[in-house]
Design a protein around this ligand. Structure first.
Ligand code: HEC
Length: 156
C-alpha cells in the first residue's frame, strides 16, 4: 500500500488507486473499519495518512491477537508434553507448570513474558525453542501454559 501511495500518480488515477487500496483484514472491526472507510472516502493525502494509520493499527494489534489457545494447546502437546505431560515435570518433579511452582521457580515470576523468556532460551535441562518454534507459536504456547496454570486446569 505504501509504495503505491508514495508513487507520484496523476490526480485522476490517484483517486482510482486509493479507492481500490487493499482494505484491512475482514476480522478487523470497529475503529479499524471506520479508519478504512475514512481512507476510502477522504481526499488523497488524508487517504494515505488514514490508510497508513489503519495498517499501523493492524500491525500493532497482532501480539494481542496471538492469544490463540488452540494453537497453544497444539504446540504444547507436540513439543512440551514429553516432559510436561498434564502440566507436570518429568525431569525435575517439583518444577511443574502449576501456578505455585511458576511463582516459586520461574525467573521473572508468574506471567506470560517470563514463560516466553524461558521457552525461547531454555533453562537447565529444558531446551531452548527459539530456533524451533516461531514467535507466534511461542506466544501461543506461553499464553496456553499461563491460562492452564491460572485456572488450575492441568489434569494430572
Ligand atoms: C526435555 C524436557 C523438556 C521439554 C521438552 C520442555 N521442558 Fe519445560 N522444563 C523442563 C525442565 C527440566 C524444567 C526445569 C528447569 C529448571 O528450572 O532447571 C522446565 C521448566 C519449565 C517451566 C518453568 C516451570 C517451573 O516450575 O520452574 C516452564 C514454564 C516450561 N518448562 C515450559 C515449557 C514449554 C512451554 C515447553 C514446550 C515449548 C517445554 N517447557 C518443554 C524440561 C522440559
Amino acid at each position: 500500500m505504501a509504495s503505491r501511495a508514495l508513487t507520484t500518480v496523476p490526480r485522476a488515477q490517484f483517486a482510482k488507486a486509493s479507492s481500490s487500496a487493499p482494505s484491512p483484514k475482514p476480522s478487523a472491526r470497529g475503529p479499524l473499519a471506520r479508519l478504512a472507510s475514512v481512507a476510502a472516502a477522504a481526499p488523497s493525502s488524508v487517504a494515505f495518512f488514514a490508510g497508513s494509520l489503519a495498517a499501523a493499527v493492524v500491525l500493532a494489534s497482532t501480539p494481542a491477537q496471538a492469544a490463540d489457545l488452540a494453537l497453544g494447546a497444539q504446540i504444547f502437546n507436540g513439543n512440551c508434553a514429553a516432559c510436561h505431560q498434564g502440566g507436570r515435570n518429568a525431569v525435575i518433579a517439583e518444577k511443574t507448570l502449576d501456578k505455585a511452582a511458576l511463582e516459586q521457580y520461574l525467573d521473572g515470576g508468574f506471567n506470560v513474558q517470563a514463560i516466553i523468556y524461558q521457552v525461547e532460551n531454555g533453562k537447565g535441562a529444558m531446551p531452548a525453542w527459539s530456533d524451533r518454534l516461531s514467535e507466534e507459536e511461542i506466544q501461543a504456547v506461553a499464553e496456553y501454559v499461563y491460562k492452564q496454570a491460572a485456572e488450575a486446569a492441568w489434569k494430572y
